[in-house]
Design a binder for this molecule. Structure first.
Ligand SMILES: O=C(O)[C@@H](CO)OP(=O)(O)O
Ligand SMILES: [Mn+2]
Ligand SMILES: [Mn+2]
Length: 560
């Protein structure tokens, strides 16, 4: 911004909308809009509150885009996700996101001229290059084609010995697709071997059970990965990764997301790629939340979350820097998007007292991602962030109600306390249960979400406030893979192909409450509006104009 002084943060008064109304900002995670059928869990579930917005106040309900270029992703084929979704909601502008920035850096070759690559390259003569990350083409945390380019580029730039530590997906892509991705990677590695490089897969495991925990929900997940990747120890040992994944998937109930950790061993039974002193390590996920914990384990000298046993002296770089505030990791291959001047920061500077809450698995979404990938408060006196501990060690189809009620109660109490102007929550159920692929449980999840929304809008009713209900991307509204005409697809055994991932669907946004000015309604001249238009809308509802470079507001106020 032009000036860094306090004045630069001052927002103009909205000409028509008053200040001082309590605004509830509710994000339903994984709640899109799709045709009603039996695989649309939101449609099947009893959701009278969410239904009523659409039917009783159609001028205060609409759909907005939540995927593709509307949230800074490379193409319209990219489904939405929580990181880019909450970034857009909070920042009010569309930033080229990690997926795109890595594409550009790889295409131009600039990645190899950067400080991060030079740093890891210092180990190439005498050490091994380890690449750790999610192996799929989901495009939410990482992409296989980026890994392939990085492998090729590293080899061309001097890496002689390369070990890949894979995390199987099944959450952003179909369950069972891990085998195909491992086969593709094995082919690439064998090509490299033919050219004289020593390149192999060294370890693996399912993303939800090995390494990719987030927000410090369960350090055991990261420890399992550490043991396999760094120490070369795991309950399962295989000679190659294709065999490993095929065998481990044979266990009843096994799936890609939760495969147990394994290491690849040589003829004598020794692990082929533990991480040692003098090695280089790259975590090739571009998305932050599920890499931060491993980054801490690799980088922090003082670390007490689990016994690392051996802490190798390595040159470590992230694909991106995952946390700008913590400067974590210190070295990275591609600079992250610089998401500055978020609505949260503006509003705090303009006297808006903010409360934010979710349960652990989504806590960082409504704080860290919302605030432009920044941890902590802008102003401790004016903000309170509350984290409700998530259940640990279960898949959420077992507890589909999750902590929706507890989150809603906290929001209700915050609203009724009169201490806050904005009360912001993320309700995780549609997404977290949707990812399990369990349709019955997802229906229960959607009802629990609707009940929670009801509790929050009842509180808003009591204080004469305003509510904004929206979502970050789709998930629960479509649980099957479909052909182009929308017909559910069957696999070769005639079984339905269950969709565990997010979707490309738009999401609803509803506004209302007794504090909403009588003439306020959605404009009809922003038909392509998306998540990034929400921030200006919310600033208006707090009585302010949004900064001029924000995406336009979705609302207008007509004289009645
Ligand atoms: O669980 C996650 O990491 C992603 C899916 O990969 O979901 P969300 O973007 O909703 O957090
Ligand atoms: Mn989400
Ligand atoms: Mn999700």
């Amino acid at each position: 911004m032009g000036s860094t002084g306090q004045n630069a943060w001052k927002l103009a008064d909205h000409p028509k909308l008053p200040k001082g109304k309590t605004v509830a900002m509710v994000v339903l995670d994984g709640w899109g809009e799709a045709k009603p059928d039996q695989y649309n869990c939101i449609h099947v579930a009893h959701t009278p509150t969410m239904d009523s917005f659409k039917t009783t106040a159609p001028e205060k309900w609409r759909l907005i885009k939540a995927h593709g270029t509307a949230v800074g992703l490379p193409s319209e084929d990219d489904m939405g996700n929580s990181e880019v979704g909450h970034n857009a909601l909070g920042a009010g502008r569309i930033f080229a996101q990690g997926a795109k920035l890595v594409d550009l850096a790889l295409a131009s070759g600039k990645i190899y001229d950067g400080e991060g690559f030079k740093y890891i390259k210092e180990c190439f003569d005498n050490g091994t290059l380890h690449l750790i990350g999610l192996l799929s083409d989901g495009g939410v945390h990482s992409r296989l084609d980026q890994l392939q380019l990085l492998l090729k580029g590293a080899a061309e730039n001097g890496a002689k010995r390369i070990r890949v530590h894979i995390l199987t997906d099944g959450r952003d892509v179909l369950d069972g697709s891990s085998i195909g991705f491992v086969e593709t990677l094995e082919k690439d590695l064998s090509n490299l071997r033919e050219k004289g490089f020593d390149a192999q897969i060294a370890s693996g495991g399912g993303r939800m059970y090995v390494t990719m925990d987030r927000y410090e929900n369960d350090w055991d997940v990261v420890k399992r990965g550490w043991d396999a990747q760094v120490l070369g120890e795991a309950p399962y040992k295989f000679r190659n990764a294709i065999e490993a994944v095929k065998k481990l998937r044979e266990e009843p109930k096994a799936n890609d997301q939760y495969l147990p950790p394994f290491v690849i061993v040589d003829d004598s039974g020794n692990p082929v790629g533990p991480i040692k002193d003098g090695d280089a390590v790259v975590t090739f996920n571009f998305r932050a939340d599920r890499m931060v914990m491993l980054a801490k384990a690799l980088e922090y000298e003082d670390f007490d979350k689990f016994d690392r046993v051996r802490v190798p002296k390595v040159h470590y770089a992230g694909m991106l820097q995952y946390d700008g505030e913590l400067k974590l990791p210190g070295h990275y291959l591609v600079s992250p998007p610089e998401i500055d001047r978020t609505s949260g920061e503006y509003l705090v500077h303009n006297g808006v007292r903010t409360f934010a809450c979710s349960e652990t698995v989504k806590f960082g979404h409504v704080t860290f991602f919302w605030n432009g990938n920044r941890s902590g408060y802008f102003n401790q006196e004016m903000e309170e962030y509350v984290e409700i501990p998530s259940d640990v060690g279960i898949t959420f189809n077992v507890q589909p109600k999750m902590k929706a009620k507890e989150i809603a109660e906290k929001a209700r109490d915050a609203i009724l306390s009169g201490k806050f102007d904005q009360v912001r929550v993320n309700l995780p159920n549609g997404d977290m249960v949707g990812h399990t692929g369990d349709i019955e449980a997802t229906i229960v999840a959607c009802k629990a979400t609707d009940d929670a929304v009801k509790m929050i809008i009842d509180a808003i009713e009591q204080v004469g406030g305003i509510f904004v209900i929206t979502a970050d991307h789709g998930n629960a509204e479509d649980m099957v893979k479909r052909d182009k005409s929308g017909k559910p697809l069957l696999d070769k055994n005639g079984n339905l192909q269950i969709l565990t991932s997010h979707t490309l669907q738009p999401v609803p946004i509803a506004i209302g409450g007794p504090g909403l000015a009588p003439g306020a309604r959605f404009r009809n001249d922003v038909p392509t509006g998306g998540l990034a238009n929400v921030a200006a809308t919310v600033m208006n509802l707090h009585g302010f104009e949004a900064p001029s470079d924000y995406e336009p507001t979705l609302i207008e106020v007509v004289d009645n």
